[in-house]
Design a protein. Structure first.
Length: 413
Protein backbone atom coordinates (compact mmCIF):
# COMPACT_ATOMS: atom_id res chain seq x y z
CA UNK A 1 0.00 0.00 0.00
CA UNK A 2 2.80 2.41 0.91
CA UNK A 3 4.52 1.74 -2.42
CA UNK A 4 1.30 2.49 -4.31
CA UNK A 5 0.81 5.71 -2.37
CA UNK A 6 4.37 6.83 -3.01
CA UNK A 7 4.15 5.96 -6.72
CA UNK A 8 0.84 7.82 -7.01
CA UNK A 9 2.30 10.89 -5.31
CA UNK A 10 5.32 10.89 -7.60
CA UNK A 11 3.24 10.48 -10.78
CA UNK A 12 0.67 13.14 -9.88
CA UNK A 13 3.25 15.52 -8.44
CA UNK A 14 5.66 15.38 -11.36
CA UNK A 15 3.00 15.54 -14.08
CA UNK A 16 1.21 18.52 -12.54
CA UNK A 17 4.45 20.37 -11.76
CA UNK A 18 5.73 19.77 -15.29
CA UNK A 19 2.43 20.90 -16.83
CA UNK A 20 2.43 24.08 -14.75
CA UNK A 21 6.09 24.80 -15.48
CA UNK A 22 5.92 24.52 -19.29
CA UNK A 23 2.90 26.83 -19.29
CA UNK A 24 4.61 29.33 -16.97
CA UNK A 25 7.64 29.71 -19.24
CA UNK A 26 5.27 30.79 -22.01
CA UNK A 27 2.36 32.67 -20.39
CA UNK A 28 1.37 34.38 -23.65
CA UNK A 29 1.10 30.98 -25.30
CA UNK A 30 -1.33 29.93 -22.58
CA UNK A 31 -3.27 33.16 -23.11
CA UNK A 32 -3.50 32.49 -26.86
CA UNK A 33 -4.81 28.98 -26.15
CA UNK A 34 -7.47 30.35 -23.80
CA UNK A 35 -8.38 32.80 -26.56
CA UNK A 36 -8.80 29.90 -29.00
CA UNK A 37 -11.13 28.17 -26.55
CA UNK A 38 -13.18 31.31 -25.99
CA UNK A 39 -13.56 31.82 -29.73
CA UNK A 40 -14.49 28.18 -30.33
CA UNK A 41 -17.17 28.26 -27.65
CA UNK A 42 -18.36 31.78 -28.56
CA UNK A 43 -17.13 33.32 -25.31
CA UNK A 44 -15.24 36.20 -26.90
CA UNK A 45 -16.16 38.53 -24.04
CA UNK A 46 -13.75 36.54 -21.83
CA UNK A 47 -10.71 37.17 -24.06
CA UNK A 48 -9.44 40.11 -21.94
CA UNK A 49 -9.06 37.63 -19.07
CA UNK A 50 -7.04 35.11 -21.11
CA UNK A 51 -3.59 36.07 -19.79
CA UNK A 52 -4.74 36.25 -16.17
CA UNK A 53 -6.47 32.87 -16.43
CA UNK A 54 -3.39 31.38 -18.07
CA UNK A 55 -1.15 32.45 -15.19
CA UNK A 56 -3.69 31.29 -12.59
CA UNK A 57 -4.00 27.87 -14.24
CA UNK A 58 -0.29 27.17 -14.53
CA UNK A 59 0.29 28.31 -10.95
CA UNK A 60 -2.59 26.15 -9.66
CA UNK A 61 -1.25 23.09 -11.49
CA UNK A 62 2.30 23.58 -10.23
CA UNK A 63 1.27 24.22 -6.62
CA UNK A 64 -1.11 21.25 -6.56
CA UNK A 65 1.64 18.99 -7.84
CA UNK A 66 4.19 20.49 -5.46
CA UNK A 67 1.88 19.99 -2.48
CA UNK A 68 1.25 16.33 -3.33
CA UNK A 69 4.91 15.57 -4.00
CA UNK A 70 6.39 17.47 -1.05
CA UNK A 71 3.69 16.62 1.48
CA UNK A 72 3.05 20.24 2.42
CA UNK A 73 -0.72 20.57 2.97
CA UNK A 74 -1.10 17.35 1.05
CA UNK A 75 -4.86 17.06 1.58
CA UNK A 76 -5.32 20.53 0.10
CA UNK A 77 -3.04 19.56 -2.81
CA UNK A 78 -5.01 16.40 -3.56
CA UNK A 79 -8.27 18.37 -3.42
CA UNK A 80 -6.71 20.82 -5.91
CA UNK A 81 -5.71 17.96 -8.20
CA UNK A 82 -9.19 16.45 -8.06
CA UNK A 83 -10.90 19.77 -8.77
CA UNK A 84 -8.68 20.30 -11.83
CA UNK A 85 -9.29 16.74 -13.01
CA UNK A 86 -13.06 17.01 -12.53
CA UNK A 87 -13.11 20.22 -14.58
CA UNK A 88 -10.76 19.30 -17.39
CA UNK A 89 -11.48 15.61 -17.96
CA UNK A 90 -15.06 16.20 -19.20
CA UNK A 91 -13.84 19.27 -21.09
CA UNK A 92 -11.20 17.25 -22.93
CA UNK A 93 -13.85 14.69 -23.85
CA UNK A 94 -15.96 17.46 -25.38
CA UNK A 95 -12.88 18.72 -27.25
CA UNK A 96 -12.11 15.21 -28.49
CA UNK A 97 -15.66 14.77 -29.80
CA UNK A 98 -16.02 18.22 -31.39
CA UNK A 99 -12.34 19.10 -32.12
CA UNK A 100 -12.78 22.91 -32.12
CA UNK A 101 -9.09 23.32 -31.20
CA UNK A 102 -6.60 20.77 -32.53
CA UNK A 103 -4.18 20.93 -29.57
CA UNK A 104 -5.47 21.41 -26.03
CA UNK A 105 -2.19 22.95 -24.86
CA UNK A 106 -2.08 20.93 -21.63
CA UNK A 107 1.71 20.75 -21.89
CA UNK A 108 2.15 24.11 -23.63
CA UNK A 109 4.36 23.87 -26.71
CA UNK A 110 6.71 21.38 -25.05
CA UNK A 111 4.60 18.33 -25.92
CA UNK A 112 1.75 18.37 -28.44
CA UNK A 113 -1.11 15.95 -27.88
CA UNK A 114 -4.28 15.43 -29.88
CA UNK A 115 -7.55 15.92 -28.05
CA UNK A 116 -8.12 12.16 -27.81
CA UNK A 117 -4.59 11.66 -26.48
CA UNK A 118 -5.24 14.36 -23.89
CA UNK A 119 -8.49 12.73 -22.80
CA UNK A 120 -6.72 9.38 -22.52
CA UNK A 121 -3.95 10.98 -20.46
CA UNK A 122 -6.52 12.45 -18.08
CA UNK A 123 -8.31 9.11 -17.70
CA UNK A 124 -5.01 7.45 -16.75
CA UNK A 125 -4.16 10.22 -14.26
CA UNK A 126 -7.57 9.82 -12.64
CA UNK A 127 -6.49 6.39 -11.31
CA UNK A 128 -3.66 7.61 -9.00
CA UNK A 129 -5.59 10.82 -8.24
CA UNK A 130 -8.66 8.95 -7.00
CA UNK A 131 -6.45 6.47 -5.13
CA UNK A 132 -4.80 9.31 -3.21
CA UNK A 133 -8.11 11.06 -2.62
CA UNK A 134 -9.62 7.93 -1.06
CA UNK A 135 -6.64 7.05 1.11
CA UNK A 136 -5.45 10.41 2.43
CA UNK A 137 -5.94 10.99 6.15
CA UNK A 138 -5.27 13.85 8.55
CA UNK A 139 -1.54 14.67 8.65
CA UNK A 140 0.55 14.31 11.79
CA UNK A 141 1.83 17.18 13.88
CA UNK A 142 5.63 16.98 13.47
CA UNK A 143 5.51 19.99 11.16
CA UNK A 144 3.02 22.70 12.05
CA UNK A 145 0.27 23.64 9.57
CA UNK A 146 1.52 27.24 9.73
CA UNK A 147 4.94 26.24 8.37
CA UNK A 148 3.33 24.19 5.61
CA UNK A 149 1.03 27.05 4.61
CA UNK A 150 3.99 29.44 4.59
CA UNK A 151 5.83 27.09 2.25
CA UNK A 152 2.84 26.82 -0.10
CA UNK A 153 2.19 30.57 -0.11
CA UNK A 154 5.85 31.38 -0.69
CA UNK A 155 6.14 28.99 -3.67
CA UNK A 156 2.84 30.29 -5.08
CA UNK A 157 4.06 33.89 -5.04
CA UNK A 158 7.52 33.00 -6.37
CA UNK A 159 6.04 30.89 -9.17
CA UNK A 160 3.56 33.57 -10.26
CA UNK A 161 6.42 36.09 -10.42
CA UNK A 162 8.43 33.57 -12.46
CA UNK A 163 5.60 33.46 -15.01
CA UNK A 164 5.49 37.26 -15.21
CA UNK A 165 9.28 37.44 -15.73
CA UNK A 166 8.98 35.04 -18.66
CA UNK A 167 6.33 37.34 -20.05
CA UNK A 168 8.67 40.32 -19.87
CA UNK A 169 12.00 38.76 -20.82
CA UNK A 170 10.80 36.01 -23.24
CA UNK A 171 10.73 32.32 -22.44
CA UNK A 172 13.44 30.79 -20.27
CA UNK A 173 13.10 27.73 -22.52
CA UNK A 174 11.81 28.29 -26.05
CA UNK A 175 9.79 25.30 -27.28
CA UNK A 176 8.63 27.05 -30.46
CA UNK A 177 9.91 26.25 -33.98
CA UNK A 178 11.31 29.79 -34.29
CA UNK A 179 13.77 29.49 -31.40
CA UNK A 180 17.26 30.93 -31.69
CA UNK A 181 19.58 28.58 -33.57
CA UNK A 182 16.92 27.12 -35.86
CA UNK A 183 17.01 27.52 -39.64
CA UNK A 184 13.68 28.60 -41.10
CA UNK A 185 14.07 27.05 -44.59
CA UNK A 186 15.07 23.73 -43.03
CA UNK A 187 12.01 23.88 -40.78
CA UNK A 188 9.80 24.17 -43.86
CA UNK A 189 11.07 20.98 -45.51
CA UNK A 190 8.85 17.88 -45.65
CA UNK A 191 11.16 14.86 -45.17
CA UNK A 192 11.04 12.00 -47.66
CA UNK A 193 8.57 9.32 -46.73
CA UNK A 194 6.30 11.56 -44.69
CA UNK A 195 2.60 11.19 -45.60
CA UNK A 196 0.95 13.88 -47.69
CA UNK A 197 -2.61 15.15 -47.29
CA UNK A 198 -5.22 12.76 -48.64
CA UNK A 199 -8.25 14.15 -50.43
CA UNK A 200 -11.46 12.60 -51.69
CA UNK A 201 -12.26 14.11 -55.06
CA UNK A 202 -15.76 13.90 -56.52
CA UNK A 203 -17.08 15.10 -59.87
CA UNK A 204 -20.54 16.48 -60.50
CA UNK A 205 -22.05 15.70 -63.91
CA UNK A 206 -25.46 16.56 -65.33
CA UNK A 207 -27.69 14.52 -67.64
CA UNK A 208 -31.27 15.27 -68.65
CA UNK A 209 -31.43 17.99 -66.01
CA UNK A 210 -30.30 15.66 -63.21
CA UNK A 211 -26.97 16.16 -61.42
CA UNK A 212 -25.02 13.23 -59.99
CA UNK A 213 -21.73 12.86 -58.11
CA UNK A 214 -19.01 10.46 -59.27
CA UNK A 215 -15.61 9.42 -57.97
CA UNK A 216 -12.38 9.07 -59.91
CA UNK A 217 -13.15 5.39 -60.39
CA UNK A 218 -16.63 5.65 -61.90
CA UNK A 219 -17.01 9.09 -63.49
CA UNK A 220 -18.36 9.01 -67.10
CA UNK A 221 -15.15 9.96 -68.88
CA UNK A 222 -16.18 8.51 -72.24
CA UNK A 223 -19.93 9.06 -72.03
CA UNK A 224 -20.69 12.26 -73.94
CA UNK A 225 -24.30 12.27 -72.73
CA UNK A 226 -23.07 13.57 -69.39
CA UNK A 227 -21.98 17.20 -69.00
CA UNK A 228 -19.36 18.20 -66.45
CA UNK A 229 -20.66 20.70 -63.85
CA UNK A 230 -18.21 20.94 -60.95
CA UNK A 231 -15.48 19.25 -58.94
CA UNK A 232 -15.09 18.98 -55.14
CA UNK A 233 -12.11 17.92 -53.03
CA UNK A 234 -12.50 17.11 -49.33
CA UNK A 235 -9.57 16.49 -46.95
CA UNK A 236 -10.02 13.03 -45.46
CA UNK A 237 -6.63 12.53 -43.80
CA UNK A 238 -4.14 15.16 -42.68
CA UNK A 239 -0.58 14.55 -43.78
CA UNK A 240 2.71 15.62 -42.25
CA UNK A 241 2.92 19.32 -41.39
CA UNK A 242 6.48 20.70 -41.07
CA UNK A 243 7.29 22.73 -37.93
CA UNK A 244 7.35 25.92 -40.02
CA UNK A 245 4.72 26.03 -42.76
CA UNK A 246 3.33 29.54 -42.81
CA UNK A 247 6.32 31.90 -42.93
CA UNK A 248 5.48 34.48 -45.60
CA UNK A 249 6.22 38.20 -45.55
CA UNK A 250 4.82 40.74 -48.02
CA UNK A 251 5.34 44.50 -48.10
CA UNK A 252 2.29 46.72 -47.84
CA UNK A 253 2.77 47.46 -51.54
CA UNK A 254 2.34 43.77 -52.39
CA UNK A 255 5.94 42.65 -52.91
CA UNK A 256 6.80 39.21 -51.53
CA UNK A 257 10.15 39.56 -49.73
CA UNK A 258 10.17 36.15 -48.02
CA UNK A 259 12.81 34.58 -50.24
CA UNK A 260 15.08 37.61 -50.05
CA UNK A 261 14.89 37.74 -46.25
CA UNK A 262 15.69 34.03 -45.93
CA UNK A 263 18.62 34.17 -48.34
CA UNK A 264 20.17 37.50 -47.35
CA UNK A 265 23.86 36.81 -46.50
CA UNK A 266 23.88 39.84 -44.19
CA UNK A 267 21.86 40.44 -41.06
CA UNK A 268 18.12 41.09 -41.34
CA UNK A 269 16.31 42.45 -38.29
CA UNK A 270 12.54 42.02 -38.13
CA UNK A 271 10.52 44.18 -35.76
CA UNK A 272 7.39 42.14 -35.15
CA UNK A 273 4.14 43.61 -33.88
CA UNK A 274 1.17 41.29 -34.27
CA UNK A 275 -1.09 44.31 -33.84
CA UNK A 276 0.33 47.83 -33.93
CA UNK A 277 -2.57 49.24 -31.94
CA UNK A 278 -1.96 46.61 -29.25
CA UNK A 279 1.59 47.78 -28.51
CA UNK A 280 2.62 50.65 -26.28
CA UNK A 281 3.48 53.75 -28.30
CA UNK A 282 6.77 54.20 -26.46
CA UNK A 283 7.91 50.69 -27.35
CA UNK A 284 6.97 51.19 -31.01
CA UNK A 285 8.90 54.46 -31.17
CA UNK A 286 11.97 52.78 -29.69
CA UNK A 287 11.71 50.13 -32.37
CA UNK A 288 11.36 52.68 -35.14
CA UNK A 289 14.40 54.50 -33.82
CA UNK A 290 16.34 51.23 -33.95
CA UNK A 291 15.11 50.68 -37.50
CA UNK A 292 16.37 54.06 -38.63
CA UNK A 293 19.75 53.28 -37.06
CA UNK A 294 19.97 49.89 -38.83
CA UNK A 295 18.99 51.31 -42.22
CA UNK A 296 21.57 54.08 -41.86
CA UNK A 297 24.23 51.42 -41.18
CA UNK A 298 23.23 49.27 -44.15
CA UNK A 299 21.40 46.55 -42.21
CA UNK A 300 18.10 45.24 -43.57
CA UNK A 301 15.20 46.16 -41.29
CA UNK A 302 11.51 45.39 -41.69
CA UNK A 303 8.47 46.14 -39.54
CA UNK A 304 6.19 43.10 -39.79
CA UNK A 305 2.61 43.23 -38.57
CA UNK A 306 -0.81 41.67 -39.04
CA UNK A 307 -2.47 45.09 -38.81
CA UNK A 308 -4.28 46.46 -41.83
CA UNK A 309 -2.07 47.96 -44.53
CA UNK A 310 -3.55 51.43 -44.13
CA UNK A 311 -2.62 51.44 -40.42
CA UNK A 312 0.94 50.39 -41.22
CA UNK A 313 1.23 52.96 -43.97
CA UNK A 314 0.01 55.66 -41.63
CA UNK A 315 3.28 55.86 -39.72
CA UNK A 316 5.24 57.29 -42.70
CA UNK A 317 8.65 57.07 -41.03
CA UNK A 318 10.63 55.82 -44.02
CA UNK A 319 10.81 52.22 -42.79
CA UNK A 320 9.56 49.26 -44.81
CA UNK A 321 6.33 47.89 -43.37
CA UNK A 322 5.25 44.34 -44.18
CA UNK A 323 2.28 42.13 -43.41
CA UNK A 324 2.16 38.51 -42.29
CA UNK A 325 -0.24 36.06 -40.68
CA UNK A 326 -1.09 37.04 -37.10
CA UNK A 327 -0.73 33.51 -35.71
CA UNK A 328 2.68 33.20 -37.34
CA UNK A 329 3.87 36.45 -35.78
CA UNK A 330 2.61 35.39 -32.34
CA UNK A 331 4.50 32.12 -32.77
CA UNK A 332 7.75 33.78 -33.82
CA UNK A 333 8.11 35.95 -30.72
CA UNK A 334 5.95 36.27 -27.59
CA UNK A 335 6.21 40.03 -27.35
CA UNK A 336 4.56 43.05 -28.92
CA UNK A 337 6.74 44.39 -30.31
CA UNK A 338 9.41 41.71 -30.43
CA UNK A 339 12.48 41.27 -32.61
CA UNK A 340 14.04 38.43 -34.60
CA UNK A 341 17.38 38.67 -36.40
CA UNK A 342 18.19 36.40 -39.32
CA UNK A 343 21.23 35.58 -41.40
CA UNK A 344 20.78 33.31 -44.42
CA UNK A 345 17.62 31.94 -42.86
CA UNK A 346 19.27 31.17 -39.53
CA UNK A 347 17.65 32.69 -36.43
CA UNK A 348 20.60 34.30 -34.67
CA UNK A 349 18.75 36.38 -32.08
CA UNK A 350 15.36 37.14 -30.53
CA UNK A 351 14.39 39.89 -28.12
CA UNK A 352 11.34 41.34 -26.44
CA UNK A 353 10.85 45.09 -26.22
CA UNK A 354 12.37 44.97 -22.72
CA UNK A 355 15.50 42.92 -23.57
CA UNK A 356 16.46 44.75 -26.76
CA UNK A 357 20.19 45.63 -26.72
CA UNK A 358 21.31 49.23 -27.35
CA UNK A 359 20.91 50.27 -30.97
CA UNK A 360 24.64 50.91 -31.27
CA UNK A 361 25.31 47.16 -31.00
CA UNK A 362 23.43 46.40 -34.22
CA UNK A 363 26.02 46.56 -36.99
CA UNK A 364 26.78 44.38 -39.99
CA UNK A 365 30.25 43.60 -38.69
CA UNK A 366 29.14 41.90 -35.46
CA UNK A 367 31.55 39.24 -34.23
CA UNK A 368 30.42 35.93 -32.81
CA UNK A 369 31.35 37.09 -29.33
CA UNK A 370 29.35 40.29 -29.70
CA UNK A 371 26.33 38.36 -30.94
CA UNK A 372 26.58 35.85 -28.11
CA UNK A 373 26.60 38.68 -25.58
CA UNK A 374 23.58 40.32 -27.23
CA UNK A 375 21.51 37.13 -27.28
CA UNK A 376 22.20 35.69 -23.84
CA UNK A 377 19.27 35.11 -21.53
CA UNK A 378 18.26 37.90 -19.19
CA UNK A 379 20.43 37.66 -16.05
CA UNK A 380 17.39 38.63 -13.99
CA UNK A 381 15.31 35.75 -15.35
CA UNK A 382 18.16 33.22 -15.09
CA UNK A 383 19.06 34.19 -11.50
CA UNK A 384 15.43 34.20 -10.41
CA UNK A 385 14.80 30.80 -12.04
CA UNK A 386 17.77 29.27 -10.23
CA UNK A 387 16.55 30.71 -6.94
CA UNK A 388 13.05 29.33 -7.50
CA UNK A 389 14.44 25.91 -8.42
CA UNK A 390 16.58 25.90 -5.27
CA UNK A 391 13.60 26.82 -3.08
CA UNK A 392 11.39 24.11 -4.60
CA UNK A 393 14.13 21.49 -4.37
CA UNK A 394 14.87 22.38 -0.75
CA UNK A 395 11.23 21.99 0.25
CA UNK A 396 10.98 18.70 -1.65
CA UNK A 397 13.97 17.09 0.04
CA UNK A 398 14.11 18.94 3.36
CA UNK A 399 15.02 16.27 5.98
CA UNK A 400 12.64 17.69 8.56
CA UNK A 401 9.67 17.52 6.19
CA UNK A 402 10.64 14.10 4.90
CA UNK A 403 10.83 12.80 8.46
CA UNK A 404 7.41 14.25 9.19
CA UNK A 405 5.87 12.82 6.08
CA UNK A 406 7.59 9.49 6.54
CA UNK A 407 5.68 9.01 9.79
CA UNK A 408 2.22 9.96 8.66
CA UNK A 409 2.43 9.94 4.86
CA UNK A 410 -1.11 9.38 3.57
CA UNK A 411 -2.32 6.98 6.25
CA UNK A 412 -5.24 4.76 5.45
CA UNK A 413 -8.38 4.65 7.54
Amino acid sequence: MKVLKLASRIIIGLVFMFSGFVKAVDPLGSAYKFGDYFQAFQLDFLKPLALTLGIILCTAEFIAGFSVLSGNRIKTGIWGVMILMVIFTPLTLVLALTNPVSDCGCFGDAIHLTNWQTFGKNMILLIPAIFLFINVKKPGEACTPMKEWLAIIAITILFAIFSLLNLKYLQLIDFLPYKTGNNIPEGMIIPDGKPADEYLTTFIYEKDGVEKEFTLEDYPADDTTWSFVDQKSVLVKKGYVPPIHDFSITTVTGEDVTEWILSNPGYTLLMISSKLDGARQENLLNGFELGEWCVSRGMAFYVVTASASDMASGFENGLTFCTADEITLKTIVRSNPGYMMLREGNIVGKWSWSTLPPKETFVNEMTGQQLKKMTRRSPVLVAYSLGLAAAVLFLLISPALLTNKGKEDLRTS
